[in-house]
Design a binder for this molecule. Structure first.
Ligand code: F6R
Length: 610
């Protein structure tokens, strides 16, 4: 989604290069236009354009702007086409106020009519422009007072940064539903929608809460509420390194993140397994043994890849703890009537911790009386902060738009959670020890699975021009089929569908012919023989079969055209391995098709609008 960065300093440094570098760090979020505004001695100057940050940088090189305070934005169009005019920052009628905004102003049409009625002239089609005209019209002695007064008329979500030519050196920031954080430097302060934009300057960040207004000047910052009462907000340290958001020799972040998985899975497990007792230590859950024993049902809410992880989690948790689990699309769940069911635990799964639908689903569950825990990667994100407890994935920043390492860490965390709940709900010691042991082996097995890459690359050449693909799996590997199809379609734009293997004969079988690649996720598990029957059904209709199966498993002979073999592990954990060849396949197909792997069209990394 849109990205924000702002900077104010004591004059030692120019703002423009800091803003451009910050926008570059935010590129992974997905955007279609970029812009910035700088305070010069007496004025505000903006530069913006439809297209990439590199274009904005070139524009600035041709017509430079100097100043020590500025705000900048990458836009992902919602209201109004992705044109230069619609790019942020937006300015008021007198060009004395400039503003960047993430989120959606729901009453923008009504506000716009009212403002046009009182003589304001709009230059764009965006909902955001209403905000800057509202501030222009609002009373107050300071910019923050005028921003607070303006926001009183607004319905919607926003993270904003605002400057006025009349108050040099000042940036006012406000948050309601769209993440923004402050960066604390020495005689310089930053605002950003994401810590990666400012990490090269400071590791000290302040996460704002909804309703917060922050005022930054070169020598100080403070946070107030809508009544101008000062609010104290903790300063947190970002723990990951700049390396984590650099390519370090890889061609794409997706490739780097696939390759990192032995380490990221290890990091999710670190310090959490006690092998001889067969238990998982998950202190962050904040669940007492009594509360844990009282859990009668679990609802998982999530979107996209995280929802697929939730489907795997259902198998794991039900098998280990006997607690019934339902898995819901967060976007559907939030608008359904919630039935208050005592003993319900809701688990929100989100890499970013900022997905709007997941956040609202979690709030709806809480309103219905459920306890809520988060399985989140980004530390300090909104879902993490609003949960009663949770498990951080510790997978490091995921920059590639297509989620890969977060998925395997989510399933690893669900394995830990299953073990934890199993212990509290009567899973025998030997079974717990066995699973703990299998979990501990995962980083090594993930590394071995990655050795399939040369084979997958060859296979990708044969599939790169297929118009469609079908992914089939059963049981705990049906969600892997869904995930494999999602990966392929989102980065290579090949239409792909994931289906339960046996369900195929109720419809999709009609699609099968010699041109249809069918990828079976078929490790040696309880349903393997059934999946082999489904392969025969495809074979009989001339389909081309790729089978992801287990090392040492009987030969599939002529049934499959290609076999990719992953190491053996516990069936419940097999998705962590079977998904890896599918991630690699999607990656190599997309590269061969010349697609922009890390920034697929129309997609954004963190979907902060519903
Ligand atoms: C797919 C993908 C998306 C996300 C979804 C949820 O590769 O990345 O489907 O999984 O937008 O995002 P989070 O996990 O941040 O809530």
């Amino acid at each position: 989604m849109c990205g924000i960065i702002g900077y104010t300093g004591d004059g030692r440094r120019e703002a423009a290069p800091i803003l451009i570098a910050g926008l570059g760090r935010l590129e992974y979020r997905g955007y279609d236009s970029a812009g910035l505004a700088l305070q010069t001695e007496h004025d505000l100057v903006t530069r913006k354009l439809a297209g990439r940050v590199a274009g904005l940088q070139a524009l600035l090189a041709r017509s430079p702007v100097h100043g020590a305070t500025g705000i900048a934005h990458t836009r992902w169009a919602t209201h109004g086409a992705p044109t230069t005019r619609n790019a942020h920052p937006h300015v008021d009628c007198r060009e004395r106020i400039a503003l960047v905004h993430n989120g959606i102003i729901e009453n923008a049409d009504a506000l716009r009519s009212a403002l046009e009625g009182t003589g304001h002239t709009f230059g764009t089609e965006t909902d955001t422009e209403t905000l800057v005209h509202l501030i222009e019209d609002s009373p107050g002695d300071t910019l923050e007072a005028r921003v607070i007064a303006a926001l009183g008329h607004v319905v919607g979500t926003y993270g904003i940064a605002v400057m006025s030519a009349d108050e040099p050196g000042k940036i006012v920031v406000a948050r309601q539903g769209s993440p923004v954080l402050l960066g604390i430097g020495e005689d310089e302060y930053f605002v950003a929608s994401d810590a990666s934009a400012i990490l090269e300057h400071t590791r000290s960040v302040v996460h704002l809460d909804d309703g917060d207004i922050a005022v930054l000047t070169p020598d100080a910052y403070h946070v107030i509420d809508r009544e101008s009462h000062v609010q104290l907000r903790a300063v947190n340290d970002v723990t990951w390194d700049l390396d984590a958001i650099e390519l370090n020799g890889y061609a794409h972040f997706m490739q780097k993140e696939i390759a990192e998985q032995p380490d990221t899975v290890r990091s999710t497990l670190r310090g959490r397994l006690v092998l001889d007792e067969g238990i998982a230590r998950l202190n962050g859950l904040n669940l007492s043994p009594t509360e844990c024993a009282a859990i009668r049902r679990i609802t998982i809410v999530a979107c996209g890849t995280s929802w697929h992880a939730g489907l795997v989690g259902r198998h794991i948790i039900e098998a280990l703890s006997q607690i019934p689990v339902t898995v819901e699309y967060a976007s559907e769940y939030r608008y359904r009537r919630q039935l208050a069911q005592p003993g319900t635990l809701t688990i929100a799964i989100s890499q970013s911790g900022e997905t709007a639908d997941t956040l609202e689903a979690m709030r709806a569950a809480r309103a219905a009386g459920s306890r809520v825990i988060g399985l989140v990667n980004v530390v300090g994100s909104t879902i993490a902060r609003e949960s009663d407890g949770g498990i951080y994935l510790h997978a490091g920043p995921e920059i590639g738009v297509a989620s890969t390492k977060a998925f395997t860490s989510q399933i690893t965390a669900l394995g830990l959670l299953g073990l934890y709940l199993g212990n509290e709900h009567g899973l025998p010691l030997e079974e717990r020890q066995e699973l703990a042991c299998r979990l501990a082996q995962l980083p090594t097995l993930v590394a071995r699975t990655l050795e399939l890459e040369p084979q997958v690359r060859v296979l990708a050449e044969q599939f790169a021009h297929a118009p469609n693909a079908l992914y089939l799996g059963r049981g705990v590997n049906f969600p892997v089929a869904l995930e494999g199809a999602l990966k392929l379609k989102e980065i290579s734009y090949i239409h792909a569908e994931g289906y339960p293997a046996a369900e195929m004969k109720h419809g999709p079988i009609a699609l099968i012919d010699a041109n249809m690649p069918v990828i079976f996720v078929a490790p040696a598990d309880e349903v393997y023989a059934k999946v082999v029957s489904n392969m025969q059904e495809v074979r009989a209709r001339g389909g081309r079969i790729v089978a992801i199966t287990t090392e040492g498993n009987g030969d599939l002979g002529t049934l499959a055209d290609h076999q990719l073999r992953v190491p053996a592990t516990a069936s419940l954990l097999s998705p962590i391995l079977t998904v890896i060849p599918l991630q690699l396949l999607a990656y190599h197909v997309a590269v061969l098709r010349g697609c922009d792997v890390d920034r697929p069209r129309n997609l954004a990394k963190s979907v902060t609008v519903e």
